[in-house]
Design a protein around this ligand. Sequence first.
Ligand code: ADP
Ligand code: MG
Length: 249
Amino acid sequence: MTDSPMVTVNEVTKTYGSGSGKVTALDAVSFEVGRGKLVALVGRSGSGKTTLLNCIGGLDRPSGGTIVVNDITVTKLSERARTGLRRDTVAFVFQTFGLVPMLSAAENVGLPMRLRNAKTSVRDKRVAELLDMVGLSKHMNQRPAELSGGQQQRVAIARALANDPQLLIADEPTGQLDADTGTAIMGLLREVISTQGMTALISTHDQSLMDIADSTVRLADGHLVAEDDPTFVGTGSRATGSEHQGRIV
Ligand code: ADP
Ligand code: MG
């Protein structure tokens, strides 16, 4: 069972709207992510990265196809079960950090454990460990507005790790950061993913992530176009090389 891929995406399609306004954001996308891998998801703006990540993590549902995460068929889950998936199995890191403004760094990191009713003593210990891991122990009582962008993203990464997710999904996590801070955040992600034995799927425009990723999945116009992993089993033959954004059908 643990030999199965962490993520299997099979012929996934997502359309928005209908009639002449119909947009195909994902068009029969298939690929796998092996356990313990860090995979970079790249492609220009509008190529379908956010749509794909949201479907994999259970924030959104595809129009067709199947997604399996950690042997759970996400595309068959009810809304309630998808909420459970996001609490127990998958964690998200967003470009805009997504911290709760009125909570301190420590309270933000502890939030997922509160939602799981973890004991206070267990939670406090884990929060301290996580803040230490991301280098923010001294800032634990500061609120997001009192932290830099890079520090806020470190808090968001610590929060994402709180419930020991199997899969970390990060959608352009360095998109709002300057280049040096972005490189530092990518290095931190690489380190925590390796030391925690997690799998990660990270969308980016950032070459520094592509350099440290185990493999790259490239989207163009909702199609998968290339993959540099020799064990890749995706639909490379579907490559279109199209430069269009968000195909209108
Ligand atoms: P990326 O993250 O690579 O920039 P997205 O997944 O956000 O790409 O978008 C892919 C395509 O789907 C784009 O053409 C975008 O305009 C369209 N799209 C995304 N979300 C919606 C939505 N809620 N309604 C309609 N179209 C959408
Ligand atoms: Mg996006």
